[in-house]
Design a protein around this ligand. Structure first.
Ligand SMILES: Cc1cc2nc3c(=O)[nH]c(=O)nc-3n(C[C@H](O)[C@H](O)[C@H](O)COP(=O)(O)O)c2cc1C
Length: 298
């Protein structure tokens, strides 16, 4: 697969994988490719744990289920993340960001916006939303052939200090490499952040994986080969939309839009996308911040 195609097709896989184990060649390729990422002074502060042991995968699935339920029941999931939820295509297109809840049981459909509002969310959570989401988390993780945990050396990863910022930057480069290589191999991956958001459960995971005190667990993913037949989660979302080019970029100084020639340049990334595939839809052209020839602000 071409690099640009992998970049265009990369997406979060929030559906089950095929049960097949990941080949040793592919595991090795993933780690060796990730290790090509830049790091400050070539410090390579990351260490990886490939988890294929079924007992540990099941334990992680239960910890994730418990985490999701707790975060929903105490309202923190909703209050922390509500601003990212979109409930209809119009809102999704208008913002060009967030996650669009496009799959939800009939029963909850009229209530969907309420489910994700603070106090009502907590109440409805008790009625079943947290149970549904928790079950989905557990099921999808326990059937994954492999989990990947990423840790950072605490000598480098010091939040609040410059090395903490640099360690976060190299972590991002590593994760994007994993994402692109999995895409190229017909695999998928999904972030599992809930266990790291509940301090007690984070400690349980660290213990389960025997992470030494000098390393910080910073990310967990599920990985596997993509299944052609996709069975969606009970409550599910899509997030392929992106903000338009002209909204993302300033020219020479903050607040000045790009020249017309740049705004209307051919899109090499999107010109080969297959029409009709929503995951391959180019962001809508925005004209919000295009500089006018006379220098008038747009
Ligand atoms: C730091 C971080 C945490 C994330 N946590 C989760 C998560 O817990 N569960 C999940 O399904 N996706 C998670 N994601 C994936 C994002 O939701 C996803 O990248 C975004 O919606 C864009 O969708 P795409 O990856 O399909 O393009 C996370 C991504 C990042 C960078």
């Amino acid at each position: 697969m071409e690099l640009l195609e992998a970049i265009r097709l990369r997406k979060t896989t929030n559906t089950p994988f095929r049960p097949d184990p990941i080949s040793d060649e592919h595991k090795r390729l993933l780690i060796e490719a990730a290790a090509r990422a830049p790091s400050h002074f070539n410090s390579q502060p990351w260490r990886f744990i490939l988890i294929e042991d079924q007992t540990r995968i099941r334990a992680m699935a239960h910890i994730a289920e418990d985490s999701m339920r707790r975060l929903m029941d105490d309202g923190s999931f909703v209050s922390r993340y509500r601003r990212y939820f979109r409930f209809n295509p119009k809102e999704t297109a208008k913002t060009g960001s967030g996650i669009f809840i496009d799959n939800i049981p009939m029963l909850l459909r009229p209530l969907v916006q309420l489910v994700f509002s603070d106090r009502v969310g907590m109440f409805l959570s008790k009625l079943g939303a947290s149970k549904l989401l928790g079950n989905d988390q557990r099921k999808i993780i326990e059937h994954a052939p492999m989990l990947l945990a990423i840790t950072l050396d605490k000598q480098e990863y010091r939040p609040g200090e410059l090395s903490g910022l640099y360690a976060s930057i190299t972590l991002g480069a590593v994760i994007q490499t994993f994402w692109l290589v999995t895409t190229a191999l017909g695999m998928g991956m999904q972030f599992i952040s809930t266990p790291l958001e509940v301090p007690e459960n984070r400690a349980r995971v660290e213990q389960l994986l025997r992470i030494p005190s000098g390393y910080e667990l910073v990310a967990i993913f599920r990985m596997g080969y993509k299944d052609a037949i996709v069975q969606r989660n009970t409550i599910d979302w899509t997030s392929s939309q992106r903000k338009p080019f002209t909204e993302l970029v300033h020219y020479n100084e903050w607040g000045t839009g790009v020249p017309h020639s740049l705004a209307s340049a051919r899109s090499i990334l999107w010109e080969h996308s297959r029409a009709g595939n929503p995951a391959e839809t180019a962001p809508a052209d925005g004209d919000r911040r295009v500089e006018h020839p006379a220098g008038a602000s747009s």
